[in-house]
Design a protein around this ligand. Sequence first.
Ligand SMILES: NC(=O)c1ccc[n+]([C@@H]2O[C@H](COP(=O)([O-])OP(=O)(O)OC[C@H]3O[C@@H](n4cnc5c(N)ncnc54)[C@H](OP(=O)(O)O)[C@@H]3O)[C@@H](O)[C@H]2O)c1
Length: 346
Amino acid sequence: MKTGNKYGIHRVIEPQGVLPQPATKVDNNMSQLFDNEILIDVDVLNIDSASFTQIKEQAKGNTEEIKCIILDIVTKQGKMKNPVTGSGGMLIGSIAKIGSALQGSIDLKEGDRIATLVSLSLTPLFIEEIIDIKPEIDQVKIKGKAILFESGIYAKLPADLSETLSLAVLDVCGAPAQTERLVKKGDTVVVLGAGGKSGILCCAVAKTIVGDDGLVIGADYSDENIERLIQVGVCDKAIKLNATDALDCYETIEAITKGELADVVINNVNIPNTEMGTILMCKDRGTVYFFSMATSFTKAALGAEGVGKDVDMLIGNGYAIGHADMAIDILRKDEKIRKLYEELYT
Ligand SMILES: NC(=O)c1ccc[n+]([C@@H]2O[C@H](COP(=O)([O-])OP(=O)(O)OC[C@H]3O[C@@H](n4cnc5c(N)ncnc54)[C@H](OP(=O)(O)O)[C@@H]3O)[C@@H](O)[C@H]2O)c1
């Protein structure tokens, strides 16, 4: 077997010298495995929500067109990196082969079921066939193969949850883990897109931390999502807000907090142009966490400066140590959330 680079640079075709994520094309030839790679037989792709929302719009909701767009992206790039949003998602599958340099040094064997915890935007992928598309949960059933690099992280699929449910939760597991780090007792926290997959988990974590003196406000767009938030009881207030309407976001949170605004604002929406609404809801020296993949660095940075907001803004790193176990544990401990996620994502 040929020797591979830890970060997978050996698979980059264009442009030479960059890492696999920013690459425009990676080698998805699955017949030759490098010594530090893991070959996966892939069953399901969980396309990142910002990416799937964009693809659904481009395809005008037509399932056959969605298939064509996905196949076109993977054929051109050797990976599932949406050229508009730049984002990916993750996958589940079975271990087909482990490179010779990794034998004995990892806790995996052929046949193990895993979810990759690195983005599809950097994962070499070959799709033999798209079997089914579930647009309502952003999942695509395929027959295909993928490569996990030596530096790539993964989770063995838990036995007590269905695989598609695990995939959905693990896709966003960085969000609740980062929320735990950012929120303090007594804080006022606003979660935008709170009724979505990552939003509910962020609200649940924030609620356990803020205590009686704090406030968790879950904001979402549709009546259905607000109803969902009230049902699972993960926030103190569930309010209807359009995250693209910056002034309304500001005035609503200003009124609720009596002018104080929020200590922490977490953005979990799946559409563009929500940077200013997010920033305006946050108080000076507060923290804004952009988990959304539809976030523009330029809009956020110049926008905050433009309105004179001294806030710390964090990019939504999808990885935090222990993030997968933590997210799965939320479902194990909270019966209401688990029931809701089983209804929505299985
Ligand atoms: N940083 C990372 O590593 C990472 C990893 C995975 C995902 N992400 C990103 O995180 C974001 C959330 O992912 P997710 O899987 O939780 O998505 P999701 O389940 O689709 O949730 C998004 C929520 O935002 C709501 N929303 C849409 N438009 C809105 C508006 N104008 N105002 C207020 N709320 C609105 C959605 O409502 P509807 O249901 O009505 O659309 C939904 O409830 C996405 O951008 C995704 O790409 C980031």
